[in-house]
Ligand binder design. Structure first.
Ligand code: SF4
Length: 289
């Protein structure tokens, strides 16, 4: 049952499309439903939490005066950054204590990681910080924004939301959108998928500021490499049509409460196999919105 007052029947109020939600739906509509509509919590993944920690350090690094942005400072920022990550997502502690039982909705206070364990775990992020300093010199950068929230509506009415890791604006007004990835650069066959997120940000910034970013830049820390693209207005206009079509598919699926499973090799990493009918599980009832 859905409320008739919901702007998009079958979807939560105030929902918006983000790059990760779009990727979920493209991978498997049922995966999108479990994450975004049922909101079923899953155990945090170590790689994701360490990525969040490194993002936090790189965000905080730019609070320091330009000349003080050194690798040593970045290492010192690890501990306070971990405190911030835990404040925002207490369940992150489960990655430090892998044997701890994860019970969705229960307090993280059940997880009793020692400070020594946390420190050892966090220090594994140091190679990623070292890699960052090999790829960029933050003493030469003065970002306009970090962790920048964007919320816009596309020409076709798609509510869009996202967080840009870093926005650099040159004195002549040219905009560079930067995103950090803790993993390796993708195989060229999968670069379009990686750039989907960056085009999403480019479209939002264009709609919000009236200026199309000139450069989209992904920084892959594990492989110490960059993936860049310089979008054109035609390309992002076509991308907007693609986003609107995707949103239309999502709203139609929600109106019919029909998010079919779409099997692929990625199912092996899916947290919802036990409740997926394609894997022999029993599909939960559609939630009351
Ligand atoms: S197991 Fe596969 S088909 Fe089922 S929800 Fe997950 S990704 Fe979709």
């Amino acid at each position: 049952m859905t409320s008739s007052s919901a702007p998009f029947p079958g979807l939560p109020p105030r929902i918006a499309l983000s790059p990760s939600r779009a990727a979920d739906f493209q991978q498997c509509p049922l995966l999108f439903r479990f994450r975004t509509i049922d909101k079923i919590p899953t155990r945090p993944a170590e790689v994701a939490v360490r990525g969040t920690l490194v993002h936090q350090v790189l965000e905080d690094l730019f609070d320091a005066p330009q000349v003080e942005r050194t690798l040593d400072l970045a290492k010192e920022l690890l501990q306070p950054a971990w405190t911030k990550v835990l404040e925002q997502s207490p369940d992150s502690l489960y990655v430090v204590q892998p044997e701890a039982e994860f019970i969705p909705g229960e307090s993280h206070s059940q997880v009793t990681a020692t400070d020594v364990e946390v420190k050892a775990w966090a220090e594994d992020a140091i190679p990623l910080l070292e890699a960052y300093f090999e790829v960029e010199d933050p003493t030469h950068l003065q970002p306009e924004a970090r962790e920048m929230w964007l919320s816009v509506t596309s020409e076709g009415g798609t509510p869009m939301r996202g967080i840009v890791d870093r926005l650099d604006v040159a004195p002549d007004g040219r905009i560079r959108v930067v995103d950090y990835k803790s993993g390796k650069a993708p195989n060229p066959r999968f670069q379009d998928k990686a750039l989907f997120q960056m085009k999403f940000y480019a479209l939002m910034l264009w709609r919000q500021r009236g200026t199309l970013p000139t450069r989209l830049q992904l920084i892959y820390l594990k492989s110490k490499s960059l993936l860049t693209a310089d979008p054109t207005e035609e390309e992002i206009t076509n991308f907007e049509v693609q986003v609107d079509e995707l949103w239309s598919e999502i709203t139609e699926a929600a109106a019919n409460q029909n998010f079919p499973p779409k099997e692929s090799r990625l199912c092996d990493w899916c947290d919802f196999q036990a409740i997926c009918p394609a894997k022999g599980g029993e599909l939960p009832a559609y939630p009351v919105i």
